[in-house]
Design a protein around this ligand. Structure first.
Ligand SMILES: *[C@@H]1O[C@H](CO)[C@@H](O)[C@H](O)[C@H]1NC(C)=O
Ligand SMILES: *[C@@H]1O[C@H](CO)[C@@H](O)[C@H](O)[C@H]1NC(C)=O
Ligand SMILES: *[C@@H]1O[C@H](CO)[C@@H](O)[C@H](O)[C@H]1NC(C)=O
Ligand SMILES: *[C@@H]1O[C@H](CO)[C@@H](O)[C@H](O)[C@H]1NC(C)=O
Length: 522
């Protein structure tokens, strides 16, 4: 349009040549990206590997399929097995062994958050001139003001702090155990605007997924187009308690298993919500200069209807089903020849930090040593990934009480009783107690929720995830050399690990003391 206007103007001025040249130059430089791109990062919650249409499921996610089919699918893409760890790495670019977030997730009454001295991606993008907004789930701590999103680099926040809330009431229950063994039931609501306004009561009855989409649309409409936009949209769907309106449940009425039906319905609803958000990006003209990234935060929760078929395990598990998820990059700025392509290079959630800072033309000044790699050229130029390995985690707080004592693996460098996982090239090594070791067939294929295996309890296992992506064959006994080398690597990582932060819950967090709200209490 600008081009045509220029041409008309030029004709009128009878000075066609010069202005045409200007117009062309302008177009060309725009397509080379002289403007910082808008970055929209959509994080789904507990969305299983199989719970997206383009992975072969009958689930209906036409918007995501279309974005992915016009974008670059990341098919060797890893995250962390649970919520807080993935979010902590997305925000900080650093492994949990370096931030203290190794153990589980942040519990509602726990005085814990992403350590204050970790620089967040929002801070770096803000520094680079971006307007920064988060809509949805935070789950990086809320016990003190300094933990909250608007204190961690976001201009605005609309959403909740905890792992999950009821989709309609915004309630969150938690049990607090007194030293004498009695339980105190803590119940409160969790929905905030900008960290200062407790807004849960006024939205009771509105479905969370629709609400977050409309808040994201509001952010987009109010955005000053002079500034580049960073929108982090963390839906919190399809996390339990899975709730979806009848309209979407009806689409899967033939799926008998109710938990499964609800997950399918809610994923379809989220898909529609994402379509609403991208439509608003288009209507406002921001889309032309937007890079959209989609990712799940971990594998599907197989005990609650999620599916990672045919991968092994699910949420919480270091098997592929827990950490290998759907992810893609989309938007009109991608190189035309790569639209509709698949990228099979190794990419990890911690890589977004340096990659997005690069895209934003920011700098990494002031950050602690990053565990993430800049994957810009991997994604944009199909270069080999600079990443050769992923430390899944080392959690010294998970005890291996009933592990088989196959003592020949007792290693002088790394205590194999520690719960750990490491990927190096094609190899994945797991040590200590490993949970969720089963494969789970989605109910719409066969109404068997789990296929149990008896492999639980082994101290050390090794899989070739290239030739055996579903992790059927434990090769530890036949490949002792590789096991030992990987144990040495784990020992190296472990020597640089900080102690896990996992403080006792506090009674003072009880929402009953704070007007029914889950929020800061320190
Ligand atoms: C949100 O809070 C930030 C920081 O306190 C403030 O700058 C901004 O104006 C607020 N935005 C809205 C929409 O209230
Ligand atoms: C346990 O401790 C709590 C808090 O001090 C108290 O309210 C409760 O009555 C105690 N329960 C028992 C069974 O002693
Ligand atoms: C999408 O937008 C339409 C039109 O405003 C609305 O009716 C629908 O509820 C929205 N869907 C979701 C899931 O937000
Ligand atoms: C990063 O910090 C160094 C040292 O303070 C400074 O010289 C350099 O200009 C900074 N780089 C950017 C891009 O701000």
């Amino acid at each position: 349009m600008q081009y045509r206007k220029l041409v008309r103007l030029a004709t009128a001025m009878m000075d066609v040549k010069i202005l045409l040249v200007f117009g062309l130059l302008k177009l060309q430089s725009a397509s080379c990206g002289d403007k910082q791109p808008n970055i929209v990062f959509i994080l789904a919650d507990d969305l299983g590997y199989y719970d997206i249409g383009y992975h072969g499921s009958r689930i209906q996610t036409p918007v995501l399929d279309n974005l992915a089919n016009r974008g670059i699918k990341l098919e060797n893409y890893y995250v962390q097995p649970i919520c807080t760890p993935t979010r902590s790495q997305l925000m900080s670019g650093r492994y949990q062994i370096h931030t203290g977030m190794q153990h589980k997730v942040i519990l509602p009454p726990q005085p814990l958050c992403l350590p204050r001295d970790e620089v967040t991606i929002a801070e770096k993008l803000k520094e680079a001139g971006y307007a920064t907004h988060i809509v949805g789930k935070w789950h990086l701590g809320h016990y003190a003001e300094f933990c909250l999103p608007t204190k961690r680099g976001f201009d605005t926040f609309f959403g909740f702090y905890n792992c999950a809330v009821d989709y309609y009431t915004y309630d969150k229950y938690n049990y607090y155990r007194y030293p004498n063994g009695t339980n105190l039931q803590m119940l409160g609501k969790d929905l905030w605007r900008n960290d200062s306004e407790f807004v849960a009561p006024q939205y009771v009855g509105e479905h969370k997924t629709r609400l977050f989409a409309s808040e994201a649309q509001r952010v987009i409409r109010n955005h000053d187009a002079e500034l580049p936009l960073f929108l982090y949209l963390a839906f919190g769907a399809v996390h339990v308690p899975v709730q979806a309106p009848l309209k979407y449940r009806k689409m899967y009425r033939d799926v008998e298993n109710e938990e499964r039906r609800l997950v399918l319905a809610l994923a379809t609803m989220m898909d529609e919500a994402i379509g609403n958000v991208t439509s608003t990006l288009e209507e406002t003209g921001l889309w032309d200069n937007t890079i959209l990234i989609f990712s799940s935060d971990n594998g599907g929760a197989t005990s609650f209807g999620g599916s990672n078929w045919p991968l092994r395990g699910g949420k919480k598990s270091y098997y592929e089903g827990g950490i290998k998820v759907a992810g893609f990059v989309s938007g009109p700025l991608l190189p035309p020849n790569l639209r509709g392509s698949t990228n099979r290079e190794l990419i990890h959630v911690s890589d977004w930090f340096p990659t997005l800072v690069h895209l934003a033309r920011g700098n990494l000044n002031g950050t602690k040593p990053l565990d993430g790699y800049n994957q810009w050229s991997t994604i944009w130029h199909q270069s080999p990934s600079p990443r050769k390995e992923i430390l899944i985690n080392i959690d010294p707080m998970i005890e291996c009480t009933n592990c088989t004592k196959n003592s020949h693996w007792r290693n002088d460098k790394f205590d194999v009783h520690l719960n750990a996982g490491l990927i190096v090239g094609s190899w994945k090594l797991l040590t200590g107690r490993q949970e969720h070791a089963f494969w789970s067939i989605p109910a719409e294929i066969q109404d068997v929720l789990r296929v149990n295996t008896n492999t639980r309890g082994k101290l050390v296992s090794l899989y070739n995830i290239k030739s055996d992506p579903t992790e059927q064959t434990d090769l530890a006994e036949c490949m002792p050399g590789i096991v030992h080398r990987m144990l040495e690597k784990l020992a190296e990582y472990n020597s640089g690990a900080v102690s896990p932060l996992f403080p006792d819950s506090q009674e003072e967090a009880d929402p009953a003391r704070h007007g029914g709200a889950w929020g800061p209490w320190v």
